[in-house]
Write a protein that binds this ligand. Sequence first.
Ligand code: ADP
Length: 466
Amino acid sequence: RRKWRRVLGVLADLEEGCSTPVGRLKQVVDAMAVEMHAGLASEGGSKLKMLLTFVDRLPYGSEKGTYYALDLGGTNFRVLRVQLGGQRSSIMEQHVEKQPIPQHLMSSTSEILFDFIASSLKEFVEREGDGSQTLLTRRRELGFTFSFPVKQTSVSSGILIKWTKLFYIPDMVGREVTECLEQAMSRKGLNMRVAVLVNDTVGTLALGHYHDADTVAAVIIGTGTNACYWERTDAIIKCQGLLTTTGGMVINMEWGNFWSSHLPRTSYDMDLDADSPNQNDQGFEKMISGMYLGEIVRRVLLRMSQESDIFGALPSKLSMPFILSTPMIAAMHEDDSPELTEVARILKDALEIPDVPLKVRKLVVKVCDVVTRRAARLAAAGIVGILKKIGRDGSGGITGGRTRSDVKIRRSVVAIEGGLYTSYTIFREYLHEALSEILGEDIARHVILKVTEDGSGIGAALLAAS
Ligand code: ADP
């Protein structure tokens, strides 16, 4: 009894620590908008890098021709070929090939990695053929999606700031990314030019905009999380005199690194950060993205099990970092069987904890709920932060004495991608719910989250075309 009460105490503390009432979410919204300003005002002005992309035109639908793209950033890389017909939304044909990146290449040398990629690309181009002789002699245009922090020097070039995720190739840090790829392509005898170098969020925004011209931002919520959006050049103060024909440019926020004292942080988050290889980095990402949610849940369950005997003797697997993945917590969370059989199965298979009583299974589901709900609501606050920054959250509606109801609220589309959002239904529902709470139903109705698929790669091909 007393032990169970202690477990409930741990749960209550967790709920308290993770609570995200709408008032707090609004503080996060404001903090996001403020940090965006700061990051645009000066280099290093914020934890938000607010990187220039030099993408100053988004595809409209009039693009024509055959373009290639290469998407490198996660555990897989993709090569794509897109044939564009020149009418809005008419991608005539697209072919995507996905390949895992051999683990040893992720910590090799830039030459080894890019030779491998160039070879795969060459095989793809040759295997595909393209039915057109002219293309054999013409130099092909490639959109390169490279989803790591890059300091762009032009729309097609940039310097790698640091590796993230599972990659670690020291010789590449500080080098021109495009040069590395182009040199490898020429070593392999592939006649191709990198027309654009972008990250996955920018590709997603490009594809979103291709389909719907009201698309103003793109968000990725998968293994990691990031966002980009369309900004007016005169708001990019750190780059004075920046001129583009459109008067705007896409800004890659690198929002995973956002931080604010208003974020609801628990001891589990602090411990997770302290044990991570990138301490004090990617604070927002560590609360939100798929790489971490399962791990936060594991830490809570471990604490509960240390405080009591809910799982019997302390299960050794429960002490192993990252043993509980986010898809596993999603499966437990979405288990709607009366006996919670899926929860029992996962606890047994993944953590080797058999025969967990129903009462404890319910508790596990509750922990998944608290952690996921916080993540989804914070992601929603981040999105509203962007909308606020560009005056699309409805708050700037009162001008010249007119009341808000007189003002036509513009439709704003946010392109969204990533396994956490697309595959975890409860996460998605919590995110939408929070969006409505923060904005109010009337304004939320004009904010549309639109899932794009393979946008990170296809979008890069579209940008190469435009
Ligand atoms: P990546 O971000 O690695 O490029 P994705 O966008 O497909 O690729 O995201 C994959 C991530 O999404 C996984 O690492 C996992 O955290 C999360 N994810 C995938 N499927 C699910 C699921 N069913 N439930 C919850 N999270 C999931």
